[in-house]
Every structure is written in C-alpha cells, then in structure tokens.
Design a protein around this ligand. Structure first.
Ligand SMILES: Nc1ncnc2c1ncn2[C@@H]1O[C@H](COP(=O)(O)OP(=O)(O)OP(=O)(O)O)[C@@H](O)[C@H]1O
Ligand SMILES: [Mg+2]
Length: 246
C-alpha cells in the first residue's frame, strides 16, 4: 500500500490554497495516487453545514476536516485540505491525530490577498467593520496565526502556481512521501516495513540523544509524529544499531 499522508494547506483567504491544492491534486492523480480534496467551501456545504465563523464553530469545522483527513491517510490515500484554518492549536491537534502530516503555508501579504479579493469578501468585511458590525473575517477582524514550523512555505505573491506546485511535490519527495523517479526497488522493502524517511530517522535519533532516553513519548512531543510512526522509528533505529533498547 502506498504511504498515505495529509497535505494541510493554511493561509489567508485569497492566498492561493485552493488554486495550489487543485494543481497538486491533479499532479498526484496523474502519478496514480488516490487523492481526496477537502476544500473549505465544499466542506462547509456538506460536513459542516450550519456552522458559523465563531471561534468555537471554526474549531469544530477544522477538527471535522482533520478527522476525515485522518481516515483517508490511514488507508494509504492522500488527503489535501484547503481551509484557512487560522488557529495554530487546532492545526497542531490535527497534526498529532494524523501523524503523516505536511503543513503547507500559502504565504501571501494581507494587502495582496485583499487586492485579489476574488470572492469580494475583504470588501464586505471592511464595510461590516466600518458599520460597527464586524464579520469575524480572518485578517480583518479575526486573527490568523502563522504556522511556526510548516514543512513547506510557498510565497504565492512571488512565485507562479506552477512553480509553487513544483516546490510542494519536490518537498514531498524529500520527506519520503512520494517515490523519487527510479526508486522502485525500495518498494519491496516497504512491503515488509512501514517506510520511514531517513530524514525523520535522523531527527528521531537526535531527539533520543537530547532526551537521554528512548521512548515513543519523546517523538510524539518533539517531532509531533503519531504513535505508530514513533514506534516504527524506534524499530528501524534499533535494527540499524543506532539506539539500544533496554
Ligand atoms: N503562486 C500562486 N499560487 C496560488 N494562487 C495564485 C498564485 N499567484 C496568483 N494566484 C491567484 O490568487 C488567487 C488565490 O485564490 P484561491 O481561491 O486559491 O485562494 P484561497 O486561499 O483558496 O482563498 P479562500 O480561503 O477564500 O478559499 C487566485 O486568483 C490565483 O489565480
Ligand atoms: Mg479556497
């Protein structure tokens, strides 16, 4: 089974999440992968109909998206989410739930997003604020919390959609989520072993050294991986003689 993962886009309205998500989804599908795109607007029509934009309802919306992404991921699919997901704590909660979680920050200055204003929502939000009503619109009268350690940052005010998608695919290969061209022989080894990218193993080894102990808890806390991945890291490092199990 191919390795499932969640590609979690976050960023202001108009930053380019949906545009990039669709482009990346097309490329992954062309490569034969199963992809589910959970886009903010579509999710709100189905999974989260009736939820408002209050902090509580936004959190519920993002948790629901995270739960569906978790199901897709654990069955070897690729879940791509493209909701604003403005609050760091809930994104991190989903990161812990999902494990194979790749956060993509569609980074774009507010004034550029506002100039794009493809849905006319910034104009509405400014008018609402001026009228003293407000509409809890992210970036205008509701906060956006930038990711602190996203796996990927695409500066959508500086690069084209094609270039942004290329950066994402390249990074996914580096992280070990996609086969690099010509890497087929590894498939056999993966059939017997949950595949853990070397980069992650190196980080796990370093985390154990720093903590002075070998335990899945260390990886859950330090690397924000899920329990299964943490357990596999320990297995691999022990097989390679890099850590000692007591
Ligand atoms: N490098 C880029 N990546 C993505 N979008 C870009 C880029 N350069 C320009 N754009 C344009 O920016 C706009 C982004 O709109 P898009 O609907 O993708 O934003 P969004 O982040 O999904 O917003 P919302 O949260 O409101 O759904 C599009 O019109 C797109 O063509
Ligand atoms: Mg969108």
């Amino acid at each position: 089974m191919p390795k499932g993962f969640t590609l979690w886009f976050t960023g202001l309205s108009g930053s380019g999440k949906s545009t990039l998500a669709n482009e990346v989804a097309d490329r992954l599908r062309s490569a034969g992968r199963l992809v589910d795109l959970l886009d903010g607007d579509v999710v709100r029509q189905h999974l989260s109909k009736g939820l408002s934009f209050s902090k509580e309802d936004r959190d519920t919306n993002i948790r629901r998206i995270g739960f569906v992404a978790h199901l897709v991921t654990r069955h070897g699919g690729i879940a791509i989410t493209a909701a604003i997901s403005p609050y760091r704590a809930i994104r991190d909660e989903n990161r812990r739930l999902i494990g194979n979680f790749v956060e993509v920050y569609a980074k774009c200055p507010l004034d550029v997003c506002e100039q794009r204003d493809i849905k006319g929502l910034y104009k509405k939000a400014r008018e609402a604020v001026a009228a003293g009503k407000g509409m809890s619109f992210t970036g205008v009268d509701d906060p956006y919390e930038e990711p602190l350690k996203p796996e990927i940052v695409v500066d959508t005010s500086a690069v084209s959609v094609q270039e942004g998608a290329r950066q994402i695919i390249d990074e996914l290969k580096k992280l070990g989520y996609l086969e690099a061209a010509g890497a087929a022989p590894e498939a056999d080894a993966r059939a017997h072993h949950e595949f853990i990218p070397n980069e992650l193993l190196a980080k796990a080894e370093a985390a154990f050294k720093k903590a002075g102990r070998v335990h899945t808890d260390v990886l859950l806390k330090e690397l924000h991986v899920g329990f299964t991945t943490a357990a596999h890291c320990i297995d691999r490092l022990a097989e390679q003689g890099k850590i000692k199990l007591t």
